[in-house]
Ligand binder design. Structure first.
Ligand SMILES: Nc1ncnc2c1ncn2[C@@H]1O[C@H](COP(=O)(O)OP(=O)(O)OP(=O)(O)O)[C@@H](O)[C@H]1O
Ligand SMILES: [Mg+2]
Length: 218
């Protein structure tokens, strides 16, 4: 079980592309055992913020403190055409940083493939998957790492409504296990069900606590 309290604290984040600032003085906190949704229109800065929180980009100004291991699921992952990776290979990579034996790793991989609903497609190449299936394989990889903090950039984009709900349930379940989950999404129903919502508007953020069922305990 992860420790209580902040998993990521970010203060005064500013970021720009080619000299144009797109995130302005954003401060957010992700807490263990909670689901935080990043919402806002196209171009409002969700992906940029998620990447800064994950540490794949460095802020121009401001600070990010991470108090745990991070797994990131990027938006619209491309399949490497030159490397024939199967679903099983992809999810297995998530276990590489963990100190577990081969047999346990195989169990985790099967469990995660099933959790995202890709069972039966284990031997399929990533290049032969639909966009939504590929997205789910990458999500399974992130969950297989058992990272303390899971950051996701629209893992629900392009999924049919049943798959989308399934993924949302999985994220709620992760938060209930103590993981700090941060997820960008355009699905307002999902956003409303999160414990906290960071709403971005042209690079400015406001944070709301929702009145959802779990909010009272946070
Ligand atoms: N690689 C890049 N080079 C230049 N500008 C970029 C780049 N990536 C994003 N931007 C700009 O930064 C701003 C924020 O983009 P970002 O991708 O973070 O938004 P978003 O909220 O994730 O949008 P979406 O809902 O479409 O995924 C936008 O104005 C976008 O045009
Ligand atoms: Mg984005």
């Amino acid at each position: 079980m992860s420790p209580p309290g902040p998993a990521i604290s970010a203060h005064g984040l500013c970021f720009g592309y080619a000299g144009r600032e797109v995130l302005h003085d954003v401060s957010v906190e992700l807490t263990y055992g909670t689901l935080t949704a990043f919402a806002g229109p196209n171009g409002s800065g969700k992906s940029t913020l998620v990447e800064l929180l994950a540490g794949v980009r460095a802020p121009l100004r401001g600070e990010v403190h991470r108090l745990g291991s991070v797994a990131l699921v990027v938006q619209r992952p491309a399949a490497p055409e030159t490397l024939p990776l199967t679903v099983r290979d992809t999810v297995s990579m998530g276990t590489w940083g963990r100190r577990i034996g081969r047999r346990e790793a195989r169990g985790v991989v099967s469990e995660m493939i099933e959790a995202v609903g890709l069972d039966g497609l284990e031997s399929r190449s990533l290049t032969e998957l639909s966009g939504g299936q590929r997205q789910r394989a990458l999500l399974a990889q992130a969950l297989a790492s058992r990272a303390d903090i899971v950051l996701m950039d629209e893992p629900d984009a392009g999924l049919d409504s049943a798959s989308r709900e399934h993924i949302h349930d999985l994220l709620v379940e992760q938060a209930a296990r103590g993981v700090a989950v941060g997820c960008a999404s355009h699905d307002e129903r999902f956003v409303a069900s999160a414990d906290r919502v960071v709403r971005l508007e042209a690079g400015h953020a406001t944070t709301h606590r929702t009145t959802g069922a779990r909010a009272a305990t946070l």
